[in-house]
Design a protein around this ligand. Structure first.
Ligand code: NAD
Length: 295
């Protein structure tokens, strides 16, 4: 099995790397946080003491980092991935970042003849642990086919979205739908309450009619209606409001850069910004209903 350097072993990266270990890949992991690196070593991987150490013998490097700034630094910085890996190494960035950084880094990789894909995910920490993530992949056909066997060990649905950066484009468009739909589902339940319509009745009707969507049927913001909802455990994340705000801001930056018209996306970003500023950034994003109730 291929030797993999895994950089960024946080909430998502560690369980993803652990799933590759279970599939018999040899993983050398590195995180700025030494405790995260130690957790990988305790799971049967090798803990690297530097970025270069994680890249040294790697045939594939996977990164799972907070944002574009770290991805740019890790790949393009002094002693970064592009300087440290051997010729022929496949590069996979699964972080959620802005499309421009994804395309800049892919172009730099391509300039040095490295195959690279951007492969952001949806499915959250639960999906990372259960290896059921959805990967949205941007890159050329050869790079995608090389990445696919690894992605299949960490996820269930692997979609080739097009050329470099298109994985990130898919991710931010998807999450713009999700953020806006979670707000409007919450608004509908709050309006129903004011109108004397029972939440269960609205759910029974809307979940089977034209208002149905994932925010209603799989992640309903009202407690007691959908067993898997974070609403049932006081909105413990899950996918935090801060993460949703990050993705909505990425969507707005992309909309500005391309002159796309996204009034609902802009509204959703503004609503989540106020929710996060109120101190609830670590609450699950479906907790927006609490904010709307009080607002
Ligand atoms: P996290 O903050 O838990 O993990 C990121 C890790 O990267 C941290 O352990 C940090 O120490 C490490 N890191 C930062 N800079 C580094 C560097 N220069 N070198 C080595 N390590 C470095 O974040 P996460 O929740 O694991 O999310 C990772 C990415 O996945 C983000 O881009 C996020 O938007 C995306 N994502 C997260 C979720 C989720 O539910 N958590 C869902 C989908 C996508």
């Amino acid at each position: 099995m291929a030797k993999v350097g895994f950089i960024g072993l946080g909430n998502m990266g560690l369980p993803m790397a652990q799933n590759l270990l279970k599939a018999d890949f040899a993983i050398t992991g590195f995180d700025l946080n030494a405790q995260a690196t130690e957790k990988l070593a305790a799971s049967g991987g090798r803990g690297a003491n530097s970025l270069a150490d994680a890249c040294k013998d790697a045939e594939v490097v996977i990164t799972m980092l907070p944002a574009g700034e770290q991805v740019r630094e890790v790949y393009l910085g002094d002693g970064g991935v592009l300087a440290a890996v051997a010729f022929g190494t496949l590069l996979i960035d699964s972080s959620t970042i802005d499309v421009k950084t994804a395309r800049d880094v892919a172009q730099a990789a391509q300039g040095q003849a490295f195959a690279m894909v951007d492969a952001p995910v949806s499915g959250g920490v639960a999906g990372a642990e259960a290896a059921t993530l959805t990967f949205m992949v941007g890159g050329d056909d050869d790079a995608f086919e090389r990445a696919r066997p690894l992605l299949e060990k960490m996820g269930k649905t692997i979609v080739h979205a097009g050329g470099p950066g298109n994985g990130q484009a898919a991710k931010i468009c998807n999450n713009m739908i999700l953020g806006a739909s979670m707000i409007v589902v919450s608004e509908a339940f709050l309006l129903a309450e004011k109108l004397g319509l029972d939440a269960q009745k609205l759910f029974d009707i809307s979940s089977k009619s034209s208002g149905q969507c994932w925010s209603m049927t799989s992640y309903c913001p009202v407690p007691g209606l959908v067993p898997t909802s974070p609403a049932n455990r006081d909105y413990k994340a899950g996918f935090t409001a801060a993460m949703m705000l990050k993705d909505l801001k990425l969507a707005q930056a992309a909309a500005r850069a391309t002159h796309a018209t996204t009034p609902l996306g802009a509204g959703a970003a503004a609503v989540y910004e106020r929710f996060v500023e109120s101190g609830d950034g670590s609450v699950d994003f479906s907790g927006i209903i609490r904010y709307l109730r009080g607002a």
